[in-house]
Each structure stands twice: as structure tokens, then as C-alpha cells.
Design a protein around this ligand. Structure first.
Ligand code: CA
Length: 348
């Protein structure tokens, strides 16, 4: 018989987070009180790791925190001074409401599926990207705040069907959102079929680049005052026999768009031209609306929760937002149908 899930408190029950993980069972919550913990936790059980105070519960890592089990929940922590902040190589985890600073890579998803990376703050990430996906699919990267990093979000080789939405990415020294494929042997692994939408991409050297990346939808993003707004420079790829990328770049806002909108419908009269192969046929003349986070952008001062991590699919995540509207629509539909039936009955 399975024991009921329990809460283990660090440092009260165990001095280190790793000892607490070692003592935990699947479904348990490890509640980490304020303080600085110098360690590199490996989360190899389906547990929740909950910091008491995002800004005052600090893990001072070197390699980084590793998530290696499915259904792990990591929230309310500052991860500081590591090579990686957090690496996820498992599925259906939720990494939310953390702060990651002074790492070489902030949050890396490697062969990871169905995870949610949401509402994290990432600053001063050097060398590589704040959030990086490789060989990963069906992940949701949403409502993250990224600033003063070398690169913002990289969707890299072998990564498909990910959604990157409602992130605020600013002041990247290099690229804010990069779609980057890679050749392995004779095969090319692109990031293909991803959705990049409603992101605020500003004040960076380059807003977005694509390189060996196809069938991605890049729509309703705001490109504001980036030195280069969008780059699909693939000459190097072409010299090696690759094909020019084909993506849908449509209905974005470009701060340097100079066209008119004669009928005032919010869509410019002429395309926003990126280069001779890429353009946005329906440039928005006003910035697209970025959805606010559905939950607290920083976790509340946590009372330990006994609930196991919730495997949140993208659909489920949006479902939280739209459920009331759907209910209203269904109720209205039922009223209309009943009215019609009653009307017919009376008139027959
Ligand atoms: Ca128009």
C-alpha cells in the first residue's frame, strides 16, 4: 500500500536538498526554507521542490540542478552561479516561478517532452541561451521574463511542436529568439513545426534568426527596436547543400514598419520585407497583445502543498484561461436550442 504523500522541510528535516530528495517518495513535496544552499541537486523522483521565497531561497550551484524524473515540479527558487541553471531531461515537468541568474545556460530541455517552463525570470545568462530546447517536443515556454542575456530562447535541433508564447525578451547581446538546426552526419535536424507567438522581443542585437528551420509559425510577436529585427541569413547553410528555410512569418508588429494602413484595420497596406525570400504580408500597425500570466508571476510565500505536481499539457494550461468562456458559450447555445424547440412546438 502506498503511503500518503508528505512534506519534507529543508533544513529542518534534512540539511541539504539532496538528502531530502533521497528520503522522499514519489508525490512528496520538498519545502525549502529561506537560505542559501550550496549544492547541485539531482531530482530523480517525481517530487515537488518548492522554495519558501523565490528571492531568498537560493541554490548556489556549479553544474546546476538536474531534473531526471517525470512529473517534477520546481518552483519558488533562485538558482545562481552555475554552468546550467536547470536541466530537464524528462517529461511532464513544470518549472515555474523561479529566478535564474549568472549561469551559462539558464534552463536547458534536452530530449524532454510535454514540459511547462513558465513565469521564470532569467537575467545575466552568458555564453549560451536563457532557455534552450534540444531534441525536445510538445513543450510550452510561456510568460518568462528574460533580460540582459547573451541569447534569449533557442529552439534547437530536433525540437518540434513546441510553443513559445507570451515571453518578454529584451536586451539580449546577441539573438532574442533563435531557431537553429544542425547537421549530424548526413542528416539535418531542424527545429520544425514550432509556434512562436505573442512574444515581446525588444532592444536586442537581433530579434529572431532562423537557420535550417522549417514550417515554424512566427506570428503576433512584437519586434521593437532590435538592431536587426529578423535575420534569415543562411548563405553558409546553402553552400553546404542545404535548402533555404520556409516558415510562416505573419501578422507581427515591427517597430520600424514604415507603411500605411489606409483602411485602418490594424494591418499595414504593404508587406514588411525582411529579405528577398522572407516577408510579413500582414504587418500589424499596433503591438500585439501579450497575455498576462494566469497565476502569480512570483509564487506566493508558500505554505507547503501536499498536492503532487500537476502534469500540465498545453491544452490544459490554456483550458484554465478559457474554461469560463467555453461554459458561457455552451450555456448560451443550450438556451438558443431550447428556445428554437419551444418556438417550433408552439407554432406547430
Ligand atoms: Ca489595412
Amino acid at each position: 500500500m502506498k503511503a500518503e504523500s508528505k512534506t519534507i522541510t529543508v533544513p529542518d528535516d534534512f540539511a541539504t536538498i539532496q538528502e531530502a530528495i533521497n528520503a522522499a517518495d514519489a508525490g512528496d513535496t520538498i519545502f525549502v526554507k529561506r537560505g542559501t544552499y550550496v549544492e547541485n541537486p539531482v531530482v530523480n523522483k517525481s517530487v515537488s521542490l518548492v522554495g519558501e521565497d523565490r528571492d531568498a531561497t537560493v541554490i548556489d550551484v556549479t553544474a546546476g540542478l538536474k531534473v531526471q524524473s517525470n512529473f517534477v515540479n520546481i518552483t519558488g527558487l533562485t538558482i545562481y552561479d552555475g554552468y546550467h541553471g536547470i536541466t530537464v531531461s524528462s517529461n511532464s515537468c513544470r518549472i515555474s516561478g523561479n529566478k535564474i541568474t549568472d549561469a551559462q545556460v539558464g534552463i536547458a530541455l534536452i530530449s524532454a517532452y510535454g514540459n511547462v517552463v513558465a513565469e521564470n525570470t532569467l537575467e545575466n545568462i552568458g555564453l549560451s541561451a536563457a532557455i534552450q530546447l534540444s531534441y525536445s517536443y510538445n513543450n510550452l515556454v510561456q510568460h518568462n521574463y528574460i533580460s540582459s542575456c547573451t541569447e534569449g530562447i533557442q529552439v534547437r535541433e530536433g525540437s518540434s511542436n513546441n510553443t513559445v508564447a507570451d515571453n518578454i525578451v529584451s536586451e539580449c547581446q546577441d539573438v532574442a529568439i533563435r531557431l537553429l538546426g544542425s547537421g549530424v552526419g548526413h542528416k539535418w535536424y531542424g527545429p520544425d513545426g514550432n509556434t512562436i507567438t505573442r512574444n515581446n522581443i525588444s532592444s536586442s542585437r537581433v530579434g529572431t534568426t532562423v537557420y535550417g528551420a522549417n514550417y515554424n509559425l512566427i506570428s503576433n510577436n512584437n519586434y521593437v527596436n532590435n538592431t536587426i529585427q529578423f535575420s534569415a541569413g543562411e548563405d553558409y547553410l546553402l553552400t553546404w547543400g542545404g535548402n533555404r528555410s520556409v516558415n510562416t512569418i505573419d501578422k507581427n508588429y515591427w517597430s520600424d514598419y514604415e507603411g500605411t494602413d489606409s483602411n485602418g484595420d490594424g494591418v499595414g497596406d504593404s508587406p514588411y520585407v525582411i529579405d528577398e525570400y522572407n516577408q510579413d504580408d500582414h504587418p500589424l500597425t499596433n503591438p500585439a497583445q501579450i497575455l498576462p500570466p494566469p497565476f502569480h508571476s512570483t509564487p506566493p510565500n508558500a505554505t507547503p502543498t501536499l498536492s503532487p505536481p500537476i502534469p500540465t499539457t498545453e491544452e490544459g494550461y490554456y483550458g484554465v484561461d478559457y474554461t469560463p468562456e467555453i461554459i458561457i458559450i455552451i450555456v448560451v447555445a443550450i438556451i438558443v436550442i431550447l428556445s428554437v424547440l419551444i418556438y417550433r412546438k408552439r407554432s406547430s
